[in-house]
Design a protein around this ligand. Structure first.
Ligand code: LLP
Length: 385
């Protein structure tokens, strides 16, 4: 079985479970992101929600990317890590007053506004500070992302964004407001999108919308297409860097960019997923009547994606080259959803073996919880271990 390379000799003294980040891979990924986006002059704001580990954040900031934040906490984490405020965008359907105030105080690049109700509050809070907030309207373009229902965001029935049919009314209200200025349109239709035709549909919808707005005399300086590019969870050892070239090429080919208009993206998963693995030890190999269970010391408290979205993560036994056998791989949490994989093929597995759950750099560590009074996982990095 082809496996990732891990420094097992260094792991042996560490308490499990923990996250392990391949920093060289993250750097290679960032090199590709920067090269492919700058080829078209696109701006990239890393989606902090995917992984807000300070070391990872500051590495990403050092590549000159901006930050896409969805809370005051994320804005603060991004600024602490070195992202400049002028490259911070702030989305979210429920921005609290203190979070809006933080964005105003720090003079962030843009508020991605999700409703007229929110717009009014931003206008009010900006007026109290004698400021003018720069806003983009997050449009719900009613484009199906063809991904898991729990990570689909751009359909009419989702809570996100302003419905297309209501956009004109919101813009009419906005242009009369004194303390907000419209700078752009924002879209984000979902996550783990692997079919690039979905982004083609988004471009087409955006072109139509821009024509409409132009006819009404509305000028749009910035277009932001959110994140969503998927990764290959099945082949992390072969396809470790997503095809950013093809992704950006879709927009370059289809999007009708107006002179001077700037195009932005907010990738999260595609930047950090493949560089992270959750490393655990096998506690028991339990023989059931019909199954063999590998019971790990990691559970859904450390990686919730399989339990929450039925997500697949490749599982590798790093300590064994023995004959392949079939196991259900589970965690120790007292819930039957604490299963990482059923009928998983692993090299013959024994107590004490190291097991890696791959492609866990995005929405892994950052979604960990302390349920069952467990401790949050530690993180180690390939270049400092
Ligand atoms: N921009 C906005 C406004 C978003 O809501 C998201 C993700 C992104 C950018 C980044 O999307 P990405 O490039 O990572 O697909 N916890 C789930 C994923 C939730 C995504 C939420 N929004 C998971 O583990 O699959």
């Amino acid at each position: 079985m082809l496996k990732g390379t891990f420094p097992l000799d260094k792991f042996k003294d560490l308490a499990t479970p923990f996250y392990y980040y391949d920093v060289a891979l993250l750097k290679r990924t960032l090199d590709v992101v920067c090269k492919e986006s700058s080829a078209f002059g696109y701006h990239v704001h890393y989606a902090v929600k995917a992984n807000a580990n300070p070391r990872i954040l500051s590495l990403i900031a050092s590549y000159g990317l901006g930050a896409d934040c969805v809370s005051g906490g994320e804005i603060q984490a991004a600024l602490d890590a070195g992202f400049p405020a002028r490259k911070v965008v702030f989305a979210g359907v429920g921005k609290a007053d203190w979070e809006i105030n933080l964005g105003l105080d720090k003079d962030i690049f843009c508020f991605n506004v999700e409703s007229k109700e929110e717009l009014r509050i931003i206008n009010e809070l900006a007026a109290q500070k004698g400021k003018v907030a720069t806003v983009a309207l997050r449009v719900n373009p009613n484009v199906d992302a063809h991904t898991h229902i729990k990570i689909t965001t751009g359909r009419k029935e989702n809570k996100f964004g302003i419905n297309l049919s209501m956009l004109n009314e919101v813009i009419d209200e906005l242009v009369k407001m004194k303390n907000v200025t419209l700078t752009g349109l924002h879209f984000h239709i979902g996550s783990q999108i692997t079919d690039l035709s979905t982004f083609q549909n988004l471009c087409i919808r955006c072109n139509e919308l821009q024509d409409d707005l132009e006819n009404r005399g509305v000028k749009i300086e910035n277009l932001n297409f959110g994140g969503g590019l998927g990764i290959d969870y099945y082949h992390p050892n072969h396809l470790e860097i997503p095809a950013f070239e093809n992704y950006f090429a879709v927009f370059h080919k289809l999007l009708k960019v107006r002179p001077g208009q700037q195009v932005h993206f907010e990738p999260g998963r595609s930047i950090v997923a493949q560089c992270g693995s959750l490393i655990s030890r096998v506690l028991y190999v339990k023989e059931g009547e019909v199954k063999k269970f590998v019971i790990l010391d990691a559970g859904f408290t450390e990686l919730i994606r399989p339990a929450m979205y039925d997500a697949y993560h490749r599982i590798e036994n790093l300590s064994s080259e023995g004959a392949v056998d079939t196991y259900d791989v589970v965690g120790p949490i007292c819930e039957s959803s604490d299963v990482f994989g059923k009928e998983v093929e692993l090299n013959a597995t024994r107590r004490g073996d190291f097991v890696a759950l791959r492609s866990a750099g995005a929405y892994g560590e950052v979604m960990a919880s302390q349920y069952n009074c467990r401790s949050l996982p530690k993180a180690y990095y390939s270049d400092t271990l």
